[in-house]
Ligand binder design. Structure first.
Ligand code: MTE
Length: 318
């Protein structure tokens, strides 16, 4: 994410990012060629992915619906190119800095406008019927990935607490713990990190709470032990390390909207026709690829979600 505050990413960021991405693309192709010539193995085997999982358990899951069969982004990139400001504003920082993050004990309180508020222990949530969803993920900064998430529909947990008619929106809050999160010792963002969805968006079957990826529990840097994944929206809506979910009757704010309201709106649907004030959103660079590709409306999930926005001006409701 790009914000214009001190201790923030300088204007050279875009150039740096391009260099990073080009370097990754170059290294990936070089590694593939090199490996094929030298020992005849794929590039994947060359880079041992470091995962800092807090619970050494393989998850039990079934293949789920809505998965893309596009090439998946290598695990090493999914775990070493992260936005997680509680740890670092640098994308390569969270992997190392989150090594000792404690994701147990952990509870998620679901409260607000509902008949049966409940506090769920993370290990009981892992017993929900878990699915693998391979989703395209588009970051507002212009890069994208394909990630095999493991999780369950957000609607599962919301239906369990029985929302009342007053519930119109859902507010999410991340853990607030400056002892564990070095980034929270600085006012880079307004802590704790918060996000929101309209209730019907939250109930859409595409919206999941992810507890794992690539067959294993979530690495700390990707939001262990539980995070939101809404693939038709820009990646920053995917709040990590969730501790509270509240059903409310007002449109909740989000950390990025608070930080730069003219740049990051409440909806933040992926939309190639609505530019960010500082750059176009028409194209994206898939991590590991050299050439850009066109960005798809709703990140290609229009069949599932376009009807949520019928009659809305998406330029105003960005
Ligand atoms: N959640 C919290 N709590 N803190 C963050 O800094 N960054 C967001 C989102 N969720 C963030 C967060 C942003 S900007 C993005 S792009 C995605 O997480 C990145 O997820 P990833 O690192 O797993 O790719």
């Amino acid at each position: 994410m790009l914000i214009k505050k001190e201790a923030e990413i300088p204007s050279s960021d875009i150039t740096d990012k391009k260099l990073y991405l080009n370097r990754r693309a170059f290294l990936a192709s070089a590694a593939t060629v090199g490996a094929a010539l030298a020992v005849g193995v794929g590039a994947k085997g060359l880079i041992a992915p470091k995962i800092h999982a807090s619970a050494a358990t393989k998850l039990q899951f079934k293949p789920g619906s809505f998965s893309t069969n596009e090439k998946q982004t290598p695990l090493n990139d999914v775990t070493h190119y992260n936005n997680y400001y509680e740890f670092s504003t640098d994308k390569e920082g969270p992997a190392e800095l989150s090594k000792n993050f404690r994701s147990r004990p952990w509870t998620v309180k679901v409260e607000g406008a509902c008949k049966k508020p409940q506090t769920f222990d993370i290990d009981s949530l892992l017993k929900n019927s878990l699915e693998e969803r391979v989703y395209r993920m588009r970051c507002v900064e212009g890069w994208s990935m394909v990630i095999p998430w493991i999780g369950f529909p957000l609607s599962t947990i919301l239906n369990q607490v029985e929302p009342t008619p007053k519930a119109k929106y859902v507010q999410f809050t991340s853990l607030n713990d400056p002892k564990q999160f070095p980034g929270q010792q600085r006012a880079v963002l307004d802590w704790p990190y918060v996000e929101g969805l309209r209730l019907d968006e939250a109930m859409n079957p595409l919206a999941i709470l992810a507890v794992g990826l690539y067959g294993d529990v979530l690495p700390n840097q990707d939001g262990a032990p539980i995070r939101l994944v809404v693939p038709w929206k820009y990646g920053f809506k995917g709040i990590k390390a969730i501790v509270n979910i509240k059903l409310v009757d007002y449109q909740p704010t989000s950390t990025w909207t608070k930080s730069a309201p003219n740049e990051y709106g409440f909806y933040s649907n992926v939309n190639p026709n609505v530019d960010h004030p500082r750059w176009s959103q028409a194209h994206e660079r898939r991590i590991g690829e050299f050439f850009k590709r066109p960005t798809l409306m709703f990140n290609g999930y229009g069949d599932q979600v376009a009807s949520l926005y019928t009659g809305m001006d998406l330029k105003k409701n960005y």
